[in-house]
Write a protein that binds this ligand. Structure first.
Ligand code: G1P
Length: 288
C-alpha cells in the first residue's frame, strides 16, 4: 500500500514571472483547477491519502487552498449551488494535508529529503505538479500496478523525448523486460545530447522506497550544483529493483509557458461547459 505522496512546491516559478511574483506557480489554474490540485486528484485516484507538500516562502495560498473554507461553503449551501459546493468540497475531501518547508534552494533531492520525517519508514510517491498527465488510468495507478507486478523497490514514469531535449531531464539506461517496461541499470541528470545513454526521460512521477532518504543524505551536489533526486535513485540500483515505465497518457510540461498554454487549451477543449464555445471561437476567428 502506498499511502503518501510528496509534492515539491518550493520553487520560485521564475519562468512565469511576473505572474508568479506574489502567487505560487502551483496555483496557476488549468481551466478551473490549480496545477497542484491536478496532482493531488491523481494521487487520490491511485488510493493515496496523505499529501505532503514541501513549500517555501510565499506559498501560503497552497495551504489555504487545501483547507476547508467554512464561510464559502456556508454561502454556497445557502444559495443552493450544489455543483460549486461539491467542487469546493472535493478540494479537501478524501485526503489529509501536511506541510514542511524547504528553506534553502538546494534542489529536488533536497526537497524530497525534507519530507523524511513525515514519510517515515514506508514507500511513497513523489509528484511534480509541473508535469500534468492526462490519462484514462491515472499514471500513479499505472505505476502501482508495475510496482506490484515486478516487485519493484522504485518505479519511475518515463517517456521518450527528442534527442535535443535530453539535457532538460533525468535520462536512463535500462534493459527492456516487457512492452514499455525497463529494468533501470543507470541514470544521469541533465546530460548533454552526446552523453545521453538513451532518449528515455524521467517524467515527474516516482514511487520510492524509504531507503531513498539515507541515499539522499549521502548525495553530493550534482547537475546545476543541486542535490539531485536522480543521483540518489541511481545509488539504489543494485540494492533495489528500479523499474522505468512508459506510461499511457498525454503529458504536458506545464512548467514552461508553451506547455502550460497547451495544457490549458487541451483541457478547455475537453471541458463540457466551455469546450464547445472555445472550439466555435477558434474556428470563427480562424485561430486554428
Ligand atoms: C526534474 C528531475 C528530472 C526529471 C524532470 C521531469 O527536473 O530532476 O530528472 O526528468 O524533473 O520533469 P526539473 O524539471 O526540476 O529541472
Amino acid at each position: 500500500m502506498i499511502r503518501k505522496a510528496v509534492f515539491p512546491a518550493a520553487g520560485f516559478g521564475t519562468r512565469f514571472l511576473p505572474a508568479t511574483k506574489a502567487s505560487p506557480k502551483e496555483m496557476l489554474p488549468l481551466v478551473d483547477m490549480p496545477l497542484i490540485q491536478h496532482g493531488v486528484e491523481e494521487a487520490k485516484a491511485a488510493g493515496m491519502r496523505d499529501m505532503i507538500i514541501v513549500t517555501g516562502r510565499g506559498k501560503n495560498a497552497i495551504e489555504d487552498h487545501f483547507d476547508v473554507s467554512f464561510e464559502l461553503e456556508a454561502m454556497l449551501s445557502k444559495k443552493g449551488d450544489s455543483a460549486l459546493l461539491s467542487s469546493v468540497r472535493r478540494v479537501t475531501d478524501g485526503a489529509d494535508f501536511f506541510y514542511v518547508r524547504q528553506n534553502l534552494p538546494l534542489g529536488l533531492g533536497h526537497a524530497v529529503l525534507r519530507s523524511m520525517d513525515l514519510v517515515g519508514q514506508e514507500p511513497f510517491a513523489v509528484v511534480l505538479s509541473d508535469d500534468v498527465i492526462d490519462a484514462r488510468v491515472p499514471v500513479l495507478k499505472q505505476m502501482i500496478r508495475a510496482y506490484e507486478k515486478y516487485s519493484a523497490g522504485a518505479v519511475l514514469a518515463i517517456q521518450r523525448v527528442p534527442k535535443e531535449a535530453v539535457s532538460r531531464y533525468g535520462i536512463l539506461r535500462g534493459k527492456r523486460i516487457a512492452n514499455g517496461v525497463y529494468d533501470v541499470e543507470d541514470m544521469v541528470e541533465k546530460p548533454k545530447p552526446a552523453d545521453a545513454p538513451s532518449d528515455l526521460a524521467i517524467i515527474g512521477r516516482y514511487l520510492l522506497p524509504p531507503s531513498i532518504f539515507p541515499a539522499l543524505m549521502a548525495t553530493k551536489p550534482g547537475a546545476g550544483g543541486e542535490i539531485q533526486l536522480t543521483d540518489a535513485i541511481r545509488a539504489l540500483i543494485g540494492t533495489e529493483r528500479v523499474i522505468g515505465l512508459e506510461f499511457q497518457g498525454v503529458r504536458y510540461d506545464a512548467g514552461t509557458k508553451l506547455g502550460f498554454q497547451m495544457a490549458n487549451i487541451a483541457f478547455a477543449l475537453k471541458d463540457p461547459e466551455i469546450g464547445p464555445g472555445l472550439r466555435a471561437f477558434l474556428k470563427k476567428e480562424k485561430l486554428t
